[in-house]
Design a binder for this molecule. Structure first.
Ligand code: PLP
Length: 488
């Protein structure tokens, strides 16, 4: 493709993308394709000779769109939001155009320096303690996802724990260091509440340590407390194990619970070797509002904090913003410098090489889209965006409460998330494939809906019924755009 060809193709793609967004509400949110649908539409072998762009372009609508779930549709109500905006898309375009895997500062100084600047802006916008700013010992780095951020800090936590212990034991001999490090690593335990995102358990698998989820319950609205934490730590110590890492959460995935930072901070004082990471993947965006910044102030006891701009702050995937209190903790664990990566700027100590703050070596120019978004909306515009969603969330919760005959709210609505349960309706014992269900009431179900022969179809039908009820509520206020988690 020539430059001229690109110009024509890009204009056409931009037209199509704009049309896609303009007409998005007319598309059905969920695809109705069956598994393997795409194999039937595409040839089994790649083309031997290059094809014309017009032919490739046509296949987006013909082959790809039928298999797309339209996350950007206002009718999409699953999971947490996944932002997409025009300025962020432009940031993605420029990032692709400049493709510069800037692992070291010298690989493209602007890539590194813009990232440092926008993450300092963001830390200030979120009201995080000054320790997380780059002018001190801390700083921010963009990761691909909140899960990647957790793996990264967990490895740093593991190595910090081992290093400190070896120092205390006065181990100096290189072989002895290796043997003792292995012994210590075998006894490490990563912690989270049972409502912490599954990425903490996954990270523990990757970091090669045990994982324990600390039980929480409805009495604290599923928030982890210092008391529960202390009891788990003591139990593990009594077994000769070493808790070394803890995820605390602002906005858990299931119910948007916020852990009890005040009591956890008290316990943390007694266990300074445990790295505490705050996962605020979704709800962290709310910290740009002064009325939520009391949560940011509580972050004075955590070692690291992460939030996804790509969830709720108008930035396209991926833009997970990780802040650490001491960047040395990351670089001590992750810096490996073969000869070909050495350069005088690195050696001068005056520059940041983000390769030492992350798992991969290469990296994308992700700060561009964040920069475009912050400049386009301004802090006030972003605050208004989040406030608007929270207001809509409150309105939705109010509507749900007004239908107490069908729904109940499990825990108070938080941020823009309402968690609701659907009352089971007692009805005559249903028949499933001729088998009696033993009188167990099924979730909400309309009397007129015939029982489907397959359990899967039946679940789908029940989900549809619940969705219909939720839509009935939303239809009362057409502008309602929200994230709802429906637990059936
Ligand atoms: N943490 C929390 C609280 C989440 O809700 C999620 C996903 O929804 C994640 C982590 C994982 O996010 P990511 O896809 O960025 O790894």
């Amino acid at each position: 493709m020539t430059g001229q060809g690109f110009q024509k193709a890009a204009v056409s793609a931009v037209d199509d993308i704009e049309r896609y967004y303009t007409n998005l509400t007319s598309r059905q949110v969920l695809p109705s394709v069956s598994p393997g649908y795409l194999q039937k539409l595409l040839p089994s072998e790649p083309p031997v000779h290059g094809e014309e762009w017009q032919d490739i372009e046509k296949d987006i609508e013909r082959t790809i769109m039928p298999g797309i779930t339209h996350w950007q549709s206002p009718k999409f109500m699953a999971f947490f939001p996944a932002s997409s905006t025009y300025p962020a898309i432009l940031g993605e375009m420029w990032s692709a155009a400049l493709t510069a895997p800037a692992f070291n500062w010298i690989c493209s100084p602007a890539v590194t320096e813009l990232e440092t600047i926008v993450l300092d802006w963001l830390a200030n916008m979120l009201g995080l303690p000054a320790a997380f700013l780059s002018k001190g010992e801390g700083g921010g780095v963009i990761q691909g996802s909140a899960s990647e951020a957790i793996v990264t800090v967990m490895v740093a936590a593991r190595e910090r724990f081992v290093r400190r212990q070896l120092e205390r034991e006065g181990v100096n001999d290189p072989e002895e260091i290796e043997d003792r490090s292995c012994e210590l690593r075998a006894k490490l335990v990563a912690l989270g509440s049972d409502h912490a995102h599954s990425s903490t358990k996954k990270a523990a698998n990757i970091a090669g340590s045990r994982y324990r989820g600390i039980s929480t319950d409805l009495s604290t609205e599923f928030a982890l407390t210092g008391k529960q934490l202390r009891s788990k730590i003591e139990e593990l110590h009594a077994r000769g194990l070493h808790p070394y890492y803890l995820t605390v959460t602002i906005g858990t995935t299931n119910t948007c619970a916020v852990d009890d930072f005040h009591s956890i901070a008290e316990v943390a004082k007694d266990y300074p070797d445990i790295w505490i990471h705050c996962d605020a993947a979704y709800a962290g965006a709310a910290l740009i509002l002064p009325e939520y910044q009391h949560l940011a102030k509580e972050m004075s006891f955590v070692d690291s904090f992460d939030m996804n701009m790509h969830k709720w702050l108008l930035t396209n995937f991926d833009a997970s913003c990780l802040f650490v209190r001491k960047r040395r903790d990351l670089t001590d664990a992750l810096s490996v410098t073969p000869a070909y990566l050495k350069n005088s700027f690195t050696e001068s100590g005056l520059v940041t090489d983000y390769r030492d703050w992350q798992v991969p070596l290469g990296r994308r120019f992700r700060s561009l889209k964040i920069w475009f978004v912050i400049r386009t909306w301004g802090v006030a515009g972003l605050q208004e965006h989040i406030r608007h969603h929270i207001r809509l969330g409150d309105l939705f919760a109010e509507l749900v409460r007004s239908r107490g005959d069908i729904f109940s709210i499990m825990v108070p609505a938080r941020f823009a998330l309402t968690v609701l349960t659907v009352h089971p309706r007692r009805r005559p014992t249903p028949q499933l494939n001729g088998v009696t269900e033993g009188g167990v009431p099924r979730p909400y179900e309309d009397q007129h809906v015939p029982v489907e022969p397959h359990a899967h179809d039946q679940q789908l039908q029940e989900a549809n019924e619940i969705t219909k009820e939720v839509y009935t509520l939303i239809d009362q206020r057409k502008e309602l755009f929200l994230t709802a988690s429906v637990i059936g």
